[in-house]
Design a protein around this ligand. Structure first.
Ligand code: ATR
Length: 283
């Protein structure tokens, strides 16, 4: 069902996810399903690339590729291949989506932050306005969510990261409403309304790990974990036990893919429901 192509020819537009590893990525299944459901022409491939990402993007774009998803470790360097970068993506300093325009130019976007924030905001009473937010991780995803939270009106964002210097550097970029701390300093902080993990801590097979001390959780707090394998991480289990409202990384994954699909095919609705089903079936 997922790979029902009417015909593949020299003009079939190609898409793909660039990163390493990509062998377990759900993106090919999700995007091929979306192409199939919407009847759009195209094929989407896993593309294992971890060196010379900008060169690869330019070469492939010149050879029939019409768009790319970019994942670790390419999100920062991929920007070098772009002719134009969306303002927010530029401020975040990372792209996860490449769109080839009709004239062959390449545009970079970041759909991670909108995806995660929209999923989280649905659960937070009154949205991000005036909220105190703890953002764990200062990589590409962490930067996106921290910028996004402030963009949506958060009162204060604390960035906690294993490498404290990176948290401090990100906080400096974010401005007066942000501060940076080390992972071990989280419990000394004020109370938060929202806690978001963007690190890979807790991801299968290391499911016993959690990036956050459960003493931080309070009833009614909204807790988001970008990890979606397993669907319910130790962090989310402990948050649920403490009476928090939780948001799984599955929502971020599905919505970032939906936003990508919209960028590639602005004239159709992204079939987010079908895309979510595909990921759930794989887990
Ligand atoms: P992404 O684009 O998903 O954010 P990234 O840019 O590689 O990926 O960033 C990974 C983040 O996860 C970083 O904040 C990293 O912490 P460091 O800056 O100290 O490297 C964090 N991270 C990864 N593995 C971790 C681990 N085992 N413990 C704590 N933090 C970890």
């Amino acid at each position: 069902q997922l790979y029902r192509f009417r015909s593949i020819g020299v003009d079939t537009p190609m898409y793909g996810v660039i990163g390493n590893p990509v062998s377990h990525s759900a993106s090919p299944a999700v995007h091929n399903a979306a192409l199939s459901v919407t009847g759009k022409e195209g094929v989407y491939f896993p593309l294992k690339v971890d060196a010379e990402v900008p060169h690869f993007i330019r070469e492939m774009a010149a050879r029939g590729f019409a768009g790319f998803s970019v994942t670790i470790p390419g999100k920062l360097v991929a920007m070098e291949a772009m002719d134009k970068i969306d303002d927010v993506a530029r401020r975040i300093g990372a792209i996860n989506t490449v769109v080839k325009k009709e004239d062959g130019t390449l545009e970079g976007y970041n759909t991670d932050w909108v995806a995660a924030l929209s999923a989280v905001e649905e659960k937070v009473e009154g949205g991000m306005q005036r909220k105190r937010v703890l953002c764990i991780g200062a990589g590409g995803a962490g930067r996106g969510l921290a910028f996004g939270a402030l963009e949506r009106g958060a009162r204060h964002v604390v960035v906690a990261n294993r490498t404290k210097a990176k948290a401090e550097a990100l906080a400096a970029d974010l401005g007066a409403l942000a501060s940076g701390i080390g992972l071990d300093e989280m419990v000394d902080e004020e109370e938060f309304d929202v806690i978001m993990n963007t690190t890979s801590v807790g991801m299968s097979p290391r499911v016993e790990d959690s990036p956050v001390d459960k003493r931080l959780f309070r009833k009614g707090m909204v807790v988001f974990d970008a990890v979606y394998n397993p669907l319910e991480t130790r962090m989310l289990k402990e948050a649920t036990a403490a009476g928090c409202v939780t948001v799984s990384g599955l929502e971020m994954f599905v919505r970032q893919a939906g936003e990508q699909f919209k960028l590639w095919f602005p004239d159709v609705e992204a079939p987010v429901g079908a895309m979510r089903e595909v990921v759930l079936k794989r887990l």
